[in-house]
Design a protein around this ligand. Sequence first.
Ligand SMILES: [Fe+2]
Ligand SMILES: [Fe+2]
Length: 197
Amino acid sequence: MNNLVYSNNLFSGTREELVQILKENLSEKRFQHVLNVEKSAIELAQNNNGDIERASIAGLIHDYAKERTDDTFISTIKQKHMDPDLLNWGNAIWHGIVGAELIHDELGITDDKILTSIVKHTTGDVEMELLDKIVYVADFIEEGRTFPGVLEARKKAFESLDAAVGFETKHTLSYLINTNKRVYPKTILTFNKWVAE
Ligand SMILES: [Fe+2]
Ligand SMILES: [Fe+2]
């Protein structure tokens, strides 16, 4: 999809310009990851009659803020009067929820669907629209992923996006529990919606 032309004014420049911004802002490894997520997101969008351009942009920018300092996130939460509970969390939660604010301000991307998919990409949510599911699942199945179960996740993703959302949520929650990590409450709500009977 390297010849994809942006024509809907969701981003002010070309795809190549957006890719260049990411190259400058991310480590080589994460840059490769976002290119892979874009590729998977486009494939999932094609498979589900989704918006290809939004899938490309959201896939590319979903981790835009991932390598920013804690101080950047903390000052953004305070400046924008975001939920103060966010201060109790860290990069894993911030780079999506607070990252969407940085994307809005720094990249000039104002499209609600794209920004919401960034907000929801690590925790999922009870309410998830098609693009939210696409970004959430693409992040999990992109070709650089090697965790046990990734083949099953990829297969599910192209059979049923909803089932893939559930599979991923269960995998993530199990990982957090098994490694004694704190669980962001929304992740539990996502589990209750997409996994629990
Ligand atoms: Fe992320
Ligand atoms: Fe990611």
